[in-house]
Design a protein around this ligand. Structure first.
Ligand code: PLP
Length: 459
């Protein structure tokens, strides 16, 4: 493997015929030679590229603005920037990160309806114009502290069936929109469109249809006040792995006709979205090591007739990452994480009821309450897939436990695909390019007037 070092990450090309899963094996083997055995991630940037292809195929009309909060890895942001995505930033620091990688301000939407004044000023000073709002107070702040904002009215949705509800906190109810638009007009502000978020982990595709129909109403209200609204932002909520209850293509099969009905292409409305989870969840695999183990024997259930000595045993495994680290997704994102085994169990291997715990001294730090696993030893590994969304981004080093290192990999084929998606950009570097030298195309240096999509989106 060739390793390329860049800013603060490093990535390796996968040799022909090797997968990210082979890298997991290789890292486990290397680490098993030592006593370190720290938890680590392998991130397959090629998976992010595949997701983008899938996005373009499923929703050619909709330009993704990746929600940085989901995973603010430079490698991920750079990969997406190179393929022409825009970015949903919710804070000054997220704006700084995205701009430091060369993304133009026109490809950023400041999608936080409740912003600190100093951060509104920062956005203004750095050319970020698109921003969301859902209240009158926010309009007054923006009118005072931003020079030239292009405002997007965030409306509430019925997110009662989403895993993580957002409309309890954000989004104006439909009946408040007329008043807000009127106030914006009085303040001399420009409202360019409507946004919504159906809730993260959406389980009901019809929520999108209803929200798109509501957005249409708000566009019509806007026209009454003389606003020339031309941006619809359908937010996030798309699943990040295929074991989700509602599949990505099942959602897009509902969204596309709704867009055609309420916002036909000839109406000239640009459509963007703010996917987070969709792009990163399945790219990350977390590998943890068993650092301690307890065998609990339940005396009460022990029976003389039982010759299977195993039936009353419960195992407790302690591993070196937990809910204060990567598994914060269990608390904040309502995630259910189950490991896959590193060592394949033999067909007749006995399984035991087990619980899995994190390394901190807090009793809350439990990863799995109940699952069946074989009898493993301290030093063995457990693998957790689909660990890219809302994991590293919100993890802490509570109790002194450090975040796992992340090994980024990409196949040459995926690399070529990035170049192809950006085929309108400057010539691709020929040999062993680093991510920081990814083709600028839609990513960097060009002055596209977003949200006009990068040419690749029309493929
Ligand atoms: C969190 C968030 C997103 C991303 O949501 P996903 O469900 O991860 O796609 C998009 N937009 C806004 C405004 C958000 O708060």
């Amino acid at each position: 493997m060739n390793t390329t070092e860049t800013g603060d990450f490093e990535f390796s090309f996968l040799e022909e015929g090797f997968s990210a899963r082979d890298t997991v094996e290789q890292k486990i083997n290397e680490s098993s030679l030592t006593d370190e055995r720290d938890a680590f991630y392998v991130c397959d940037l090629g998976d992010v590229v595949k997701k983008h292809r899938r996005w373009l195929r499923a929703m050619p009309r909709v330009t993704p603005f990746y929600a940085v909060k989901c995973n603010d890895s430079q490698a991920v942001v750079m990969t997406l920037a190179s393929m022409g995505a825009g970015f949903d930033c919710a804070s000054k620091t997220e704006i700084q990160l995205v701009q430091s990688l060369g993304v133009e301000a026109s490809r950023i939407i400041y999608a936080n309806p409740c912003k600190q004044v100093s951060q509104i000023k920062y956005a203004s000073a750095h050319g970020v114009q698109m921003m969301t709002f859902d209240s009158e107070v926010e309009l007054m702040k923006v009118a005072r502290y931003h020079d030239n904002a292009k405002l997007v009215l965030r409306i509430a949705t019925d997110d009662s069936k989403a895993v993580c509800r957002l409309s309890v906190k954000f989004g104006a109810p439909l009946k408040a929109c007329r008043g807000l638009l009127e106030r914006a007009k009085e303040l001399g502000l420009d409202v360019i469109g409507v946004s919504f978020h159906v809730g993260s982990g959406c389980t009901d595709a019809d929520t999108y249809t209803k929200a798109i129909a509501d957005a249409r109403c708000v566009f019509d209200m806007g026209a009454d006040f003389g606003f020339n609204m031309d941006l619809l932002d359908i937010g996030g909520g798309f699943p990040g792995s295929d074991d989700a209850e509602l599949k990505f293509e099942e959602i897009t099969a509902v969204i596309n006709p709704a867009l055609d009905k309420y916002f036909p292409t000839d109406a000239g409305v640009k459509v963007i979205a703010e996917p987070g989870r969709f792009y990163v969840a399945s790219a990350y695999t977390l590998v943890v090591n068993i650092i301690a183990k307890k065998v609990i024997v339940d005396d009460d259930s022990a029976s003389d007739e039982e010759d299977e000595a195993t039936s009353d045993r419960t195992l407790m495994y302690y591993v070196n990452d937990g809910v204060y680290g990567s598994f914060n997704c269990i608390l904040y994102d309502h995630a259910h994480c189950l490991p896959t085994l590193h060592k394949k169990p033999k067909p007749d291997e006995a399984m035991y009821p087990c619980s899995i715990w994190g390394p901190t001294c807090d009793g809350l730090d439990r990863i799995v309450e109940q699952c069946d696993l074989p009898d493993m030893q301290v030093g063995d590994w457990l693998v957790f897939e689909n660990m890219g969304a809302y994991t590293v981004a919100a993890s802490s080093t509570f109790n002194g436990f450090q975040r796992p290192s992340i090994h980024y990999v990409m196949s040459r084929h995926a690399w070529q695909d990035v170049q192809q998606i950006c085929s309108q950009g400057p010539p691709a570097p020929v040999e062993e390019p680093s991510l920081l030298e990814m083709p600028a195309c839609c990513g960097r240096g060009t002055n596209l007037d977003m949200p006009k999509p990068c040419p690749a989106h029309m493929v």
